[in-house]
Design a protein around this ligand. Structure first.
Ligand code: DAH
Length: 338
């Protein structure tokens, strides 16, 4: 065999091997191809083995260098292909293991609870943390629960403090949209076992023209404790504990004498931060014996305290909203700020 024909066949073998390597789709098939073109049974190794029989020493050297160079080139081509295949596999894994964050992005426009709902839920959390249970009553109430049972019999002057919206149902004036959450006290006293530690959040209604500080529909949370030996000190302590838990330890509360038909004595309570202004929050007092009686509870055995305050006002104060109406206009430029 001449050295030229050897060099030719080496070139052809290398070309065939290089072409085959390029077709390898994964590491396994690459190994098979490498073995086929540079292993013991390969054309290149066969050529290399045949060189020993060449008598022309110079030609043998030339052919030997050529076949070694071809085998080296083939090694390099195989190594390069292997790196490329591994990179592709890693890229594929990265793509399949990548976290899909589209949901995360979408959440930005998903919305959130209204600030009144946020305050409502936080109030519930704080009171539940203090051992209270949560109760809710109907928005359409009887005159009895909303007024009479709360020590405001027909023609009681305090009734006129509530601009009541009546509902056409039953006897005229017997059914109304509750003007406060206090009627839920009556329902809880009638339905629950004693002792009672309850908070009652809900929507209330008054015949008011909307302005910066009034809305015809707003929210209150009522509190009621009935147990043996409950005193005014328990009321004051509860209000103070609530103030610190809800607003923060730098806040404090105070009670001012006041009047409500359903409590005796009655007070209004205010809260303020270390050096801030006092903000009026709501009313409270010792449950009037007539109210306990209306709830089916013996006032000679049990005493209790109650409190009630506006949730909207708390949200308004907390977020420094100037006008209550903004809280219900559903203007997204407003809503998105919270
Ligand atoms: N129901 C009263 C109102 O709407 C608030 C209130 C005052 C509730 C004193 C109470 C209370 O439970 O004891 O103005």
């Amino acid at each position: 065999m001449s050295s030229e024909s050897n060099v030719d066949s080496i070139g052809q073998a290398l070309a065939a091997a290089t072409a085959a390597v390029a077709t390898a789709g994964d590491a396994d098939s690459l190994r098979r191809i490498a073995n086929e073109y540079s292993g013991k049974q390969s054309a290149l190794v066969a050529i290399k083995s045949s060189l020993g029989a060449m008598t022309d020493v110079e030609a043998r050297k030339v052919a030997g260098r050529a076949v070694n160079a071809a085998l080296q080139t083939l090694d390099a081509v195989v190594a390069e292909r292997l790196v490329a295949l591994e990179r592709a596999a890693a890229g594929h894994a990265a793509a399949s293991e990548a976290m899909d964050l589209t949901e995360h992005l979408a959440r930005r426009s998903r919305g959130h609870a209204h600030i009144v709902t946020q305050a409502w839920e936080r109030l519930e959390d704080v009171f539940v943390g203090m051992g209270f249970k949560v109760a809710e009553g109907p928005e359409v109430e009887t005159d009895f629960n909303n007024f009479t049972a709360l020590n405001m019999p027909p023609n009681h002057p305090a009734r006129s403090n509530f601009d009541t919206l009546f509902v056409k149902y039953g006897e005229p004036g017997s059914t109304l949209l509750r003007t406060h959450t206090s009627p839920v006290q009556i329902r809880v006293m009638q339905e629950w076992d004693l002792p009672i530690y309850a908070v009652m959040p809900g929507r209330v209604f008054r015949r008011d023209t909307p302005d910066a500080t009034h809305m015809p529909v707003f929210h209150q949370i009522e509190g009621l404790v009935v147990d043996k030996g409950i005193t005014f000190a328990h009321l004051a302590g509860t209000i103070e504990a609530f103030t610190k838990a809800f607003f923060g330890s730098e806040f404090t509360s105070r009670l001012r004498p006041s009047y409500f038909p359903f409590t005796e004595p009655s007070a209004e309570f205010d809260v303020r931060s270390a050096n801030g202004k006092w903000v009026e929050l709501g009313g409270c007092g010792m449950v009037h014996p007539n109210v306990l009686q209306a709830g089916g509870i013996d006032p000679e055995v049990y005493t209790g305290f109650a409190f009630g305050f506006g949730i909207d006002r708390m949200a308004k104060e907390r977020h420094e909203v100037a006008d209550l109406r903004d809280m219900y206009a559903n203007d997204l430029r407003f809503v998105r700020q919270f």
